[in-house]
Design a protein around this ligand. Structure first.
Ligand SMILES: *Cc1c(COP(=O)(O)O)cnc(C)c1O
Length: 388
């Protein structure tokens, strides 16, 4: 009998140790971990530099209130704004806090310029922005909101790709459009670059803010630091989390100077957000990922991974419908339900995780080795042939 709440359907397996791309289960078996805590362990398990950083900081200072100056946070904010669209950063502890904060920043901006009624946010139906009350109603998913009423007002929804409906939804009360640059939970659906450009233009024309949720697709996962960078579009507000802490809970919302002006003293706060322990680790993760060579290798090896997956798809067209995603945010969309396929991969010691639309989600660490990719490909192929 477990005293853990039953809000998860947990697999029986547990792990006692992790190293790089591998997890060692308590039953002695070794698994290739291409879940990595759902794109969280961006540098794999127990990265020696992160272990060293964490241990050293643990002996100095873990936590002080945001009532005091935290130099490690100043440093990380500097790194995150240098060479990006952002001018300011506000640290949180998780993705949903970051998206909530993004919504607050957008609304507060229009309030601060005397337009308090301009507060509605347009989102994609069945997207994912986290599990707090505002975030579930922003996601517009029946499954996530059922039983959690009253409905939080202020969100309007359009289906992925339904540009006509999106344009219809815009009124003088629209404050922002908030979308995931690449929908993660929703099935690894990429918003094409031309579409992001169109969104930016539309926002400029209608004086509304563009919020790009990069909680899952950001922090180097696509081979660019942010997934939207390839499109050259500059958003106004960007929530991040997952990969930035390398496994340590850390989130943030990044924003430009214009919208930051609304967030004056006392408008938002967080007890834990941005504490020295989290900031020190975040700094180390960023230092590693920001190296040009690092991201070039992500691009090169992930492109190899995609090419090989396409070959497997061509070999098994009745099983695999589509290869989705970019970089190391990969979705294998099956024709049928994915549960048994994921089980098959796991029996062959490859861990993956589901996403909507029959997608098997593959999220290796960003520093995955090519031979580990080959190992995964071999397992995927084997499971495909078993299902033929
Ligand atoms: C995971 C995720 C969130 C929520 O993050 P949590 O840390 O679980 O609160 C928000 N947005 C996107 C796009 C995500 O993938």
């Amino acid at each position: 009998m477990t005293n853990l709440l039953k809000n998860y359907n947990r697999k029986k397996i547990s792990f006692s140790r992790g190293s790089g791309s591998y997890l060692y289960a308590s039953n002695g078996k070794k698994y290739l971990d291409f879940v990595q805590g759902i794109a969280v362990n961006s540098l794999g398990h127990s990265h020696p530099k992160l272990v060293k950083t964490l241990s050293a900081q643990a002996k100095k200072v873990w936590h002080v209130s945001n009532a005091f100056t935290i130099p490690e946070g100043e440093q990380l904010a500097k790194k995150l704004t240098k060479n990006t669209f952002a001018d300011y950063v506000m640290f949180q502890n998780s993705g949903t806090e970051a998206t909530e904060a993004a919504i607050k920043v957008a609304r507060r901006y229009f309030y601060s310029i005397g337009k308090p009624k301009k507060n509605r946010i347009i989102c994609i139906k069945n997207s994912f922005h986290g599990r707090t009350l505002a975030a579930i109603f922003a996601s517009g998913s029946k499954k996530m909101t059922e039983g959690f009423g009253p409905k939080i007002p202020g969100f309007d929804h359009f289906k992925f790709g339904d540009h006509k409906r999106l344009k219809k939804l815009i009124t003088k009360n629209t404050a922002a459009i908030m979308v995931e640059t690449i929908m993660g939970e929703g099935g690894i659906k990429v918003i094409p670059d031309w579409c992001l450009k169109g969104l930016r233009k539309l926002c400029n024309k209608k004086n509304i803010l563009l919020i790009l949720d990069e909680v899952q697709c950001g922090i180097g996962r696509t081979g660019e630091f942010f997934a939207f960078e390839k499109s050259k579009v500059k958003p106004d507000i960007v929530p991040i989390a997952k990969g930035i802490g390398g496994g340590f809970p850390l989130g943030a919302v990044l924003m430009n100077k214009k919208v930051a002006s609304g967030m004056t003293v006392g408008t938002h706060g967080s007890t834990f957000g941005g504490n020295p322990l989290a900031m020190t680790i975040g700094n180390k993760v960023i230092d590693i990922i920001f190296k040009k060579k690092f991201l070039n290798i992500v691009k090169k090896n992930s492109s190899y991974f995609h090419n090989e997956l396409h070959k497997i798809k061509d070999e098994f067209p009745k099983i695999i419908k589509e290869i989705r995603g970019r970089g190391y945010l990969i979705g294998i969309q099956l024709h049928g339900e994915q549960t048994n396929f994921i089980k098959g991969l796991m029996q062959n010691k490859l861990l993956t995780i589901r996403a909507a639309e029959n997608v098997v989600r593959i999220l290796p660490p960003l520093n995955v080795k090519k031979i580990e990719i080959d190992q995964a490909l071999k397992i995927i192929k084997k499971v495909c042939s078993k299902y033929k």
